[in-house]
Ligand binder design. Structure first.
Ligand code: GDP
Length: 197
């Protein structure tokens, strides 16, 4: 799939105010600094469609972008920012829970994970929650340019081993680098496939 048009639609903090249309949507979520904005900009061929926040973890907004006039790309806030207080963690959880439970247009959640790190509890727990709530998801490994091919394979293998302790199979996954434009076509073709099935 080629992205011919990408435009910002709306940012808001309440799922009720998300666009009413029934266009299929795909959400992108992950720990702060995982490379989510860079990935969205790579996918849409824009330099700054998704903006990085100066204070990660502070802006808790659901951002809708309209792509090719036929699907929504949703940029969700980053989680796991160390300096966020307990109460804002709770608010965040509620906010995210509501988005995922109420947004019936959601076709797939893409959970971004930095390929350099060993599997992190916060990401594993989040994916566990998605699975338990019947929300389809895939993993996007980011920043693949930072590792050599052998190390990429080893890190993905670590993930597989840990995921297979709870899941029957490894979810669909993508290896990407926004700086080297790796994984873009695979990801867009997958979205295209889901849009047509
Ligand atoms: P976000 O907070 O998840 O939206 O992350 P950003 O897209 O703002 O990226 C966080 C940092 O990681 C920035 O310094 C980016 O330049 C860097 N970054 C993002 N993607 C890549 C990538 O694919 N490769 C490398 N080497 N750095 C990246």
């Amino acid at each position: 799939m080629d992205i011919k048009s990408a435009s910002f639609v709306v940012s808001n903090s309440e799922v009720e105010k998300c666009p009413k249309s029934n266009l299929p949507e795909y959400a992108f979520i992950g720990r702060s600094n995982v490379g989510k904005s860079s990935l969205i900009n790579m996918l849409t061929n824009r330099k700054s469609l998704a903006k990085t926040s100066g204070r990660p973890g502070k802006t808790q907004l659901i951002n809708h972008f309209l792509i090719n006039n036929n699907w929504h790309l949703v940029d969700l806030p980053g989680y796991g920012y160390a300096r966020v207080s307990k109460s804002s963690k709770k608010t965040f959880q509620k906010f995210i829970t509501q988005y995922f439970s109420k947004r019936l247009q959601l076709v797939c959640a893409f959970v971004l994970v930095d390929i350099r790190h060993t599997p992190q509890t916060i990401d594993l727990e989040f994916m566990q929650w998605l699975g338990e709530n019947g929300i389809p998801f895939c993993i996007i490994f980011t920043k693949a340019d930072k590792l050599k091919p052998m190390a990429i394979e080893r890190h993905v293998e670590d993930y597989k081993n840990i995921m297979l302790e709870t899941w029957e199979e490894m979810p669909e996954y993508f290896i990407t680098s926004s700086s080297k434009s790796i994984g873009k076509d695979n990801l867009l073709n997958y979205i295209d496939y889901l849009n047509n099935n």
